[in-house]
Design a binder for this molecule. Sequence first.
Ligand code: NAD
Ligand code: ZN
Length: 237
Amino acid sequence: MKAERIVILTGAGVSAESGVPTFRGPDGLWEGHRVEDVATPEAFAARPGVVQAFYDARRARLAEVAPNAAHDALARLDREWPGEFLLVTQNVDDLHERAGSRRLLHMHGELKSAWCLACGARSPWEGPLAGGPACPACGAKGRMRPDIVWFGEIPYHLDAIDQALAACDLFVAIGTSGLVYPAAGFVETARFAGAYCIEINLEPSDMASRFHEQRTGPAGRLVPELVEALLSARAAA
Ligand code: NAD
Ligand code: ZN
């Protein structure tokens, strides 16, 4: 496997070993909630308090978790890889940046960002949004929503991601179920560009057959192995 330009896509599975539950647990629920009750614009319009409380709890939980070996290895790859590199995450946690990743795009938004519906500003956010705090940019009260891309909304950075995929020669999807579009389609774009495509997951995902190679097991073990192999091959070249 000879790589110059790498694109990595991560999903909730990369944070599972840090103790952040994945989206669809064995019960089909996200932390006890049906996805449509907390992760849609309709849910926010109908029951804003419930949705704010849900994301407030997810945001507060970030203080109790830490990056794992997979996040650390991806940050190392970013630091040491001399070629083009882009890490795209569907995760809304901040574990990639806390591990040190820099060439990183959050396509589904971030828990630690708040979006003001009055003025459009996005502000770094640490505490709760319940209670209707004032926007740091315009002062409007009660108009801040989580800066999260909900179902039915358009993900962020799609142009930049598409450009990177169309030019990459190695694409790796890690810990993602392949059910949420457009991320699930990234492997097609990468294949079309001629990239070698690897999936790392605890079990083959719904998109598994689209990849050239499957690596089955925990991200915390398989990602450091992949990064070590890529960097050693590069050093030997
Ligand atoms: P998902 O929950 O649908 O799928 C997680 C995948 O990870 C599954 O295929 C599972 O087999 C795999 N997995 C679980 N543990 C793993 C491990 N230790 N090593 C390797 N793979 C493992 O998640 P998704 O595909 O990211 O779906 C998407 C949505 O969920 C995104 O929109 C995202 O914003 C949201 N979400 C984010 C977080 C987070 O930020 N950490 C958590 C839950 C949900
Ligand atoms: Zn504002």
